[in-house]
Design a protein around this ligand. Sequence first.
Ligand SMILES: [Ca+2]
Ligand SMILES: [Ca+2]
Length: 261
Amino acid sequence: MQIRLLLVSALSLSALIGGAVLPAAVGAAPARRPPPLLPDARAMKAADLLLDRSSSGHRVLRFQSGIANVGQGPLEVRPNSVRRCPPSEQHASQIIFRDGDGNGRYGRRHDTGFSRRSAGCMVYHPTHSHWHFQAAARYRLYEPGRRQALLVSSRKMSFCLRDSRRAPSRWSTARYAEHYGDCSQSSPQGISIGWVDIYQNFLPGQSIRLPGSVRDGVYCLRSTVDPVDTLRETDDSNNSSVRAVAIQGTRVAVRPTARCT
Ligand SMILES: [Ca+2]
Ligand SMILES: [Ca+2]
């Protein structure tokens, strides 16, 4: 009986406090979250290839690479302390923008709502004074038709994401203004829809060391973005590109991609 009395009192109290709200809430549809506008990362084919010597005298293949965003929303990550990361690293959240005005496309002015998801840790580059997004890309070299027998696999490369140049017109993305510039220590970083983040061949990490077994001949250089799938995007099946390259002595030349597909 005592319990029943308490229950009745509690119900009466809630009716007094929230009486104006309760009837309206019954049967009302739950507020629907606007749909996400996801990015879609693609790997540019390796370009500006050249053969070089490392400081230790090894032959290295240098090349330029790039990550394009051909999706429906910006590819954005933000350094923060939401989760713990190893020393000298900081957590990264991927920002998923939402179609707040419901028009089916991204607009910076109206689609300001977003959700966050964990995208691993970022590494700090003291010489650059900013955070690099880890596992942005990986490069592999193999002989045509022998993709499983890798000659070289690079470590996972970290990038400071930014808008470097417009994506190739063959990907026919919407045209958005450049938005993500130089990375600073705490700013969001990203790639706008229809833009590419380029990493030139002279930058650290933009080379792979050729093993002594690499003789003159044609090889396949495969670039993969988001290789360990830390980013949420519309299509995970288009994240690799391949370039056929002919290596001859100290020279390297591009060959038709069909050799490697
Ligand atoms: Ca993709
Ligand atoms: Ca919109």
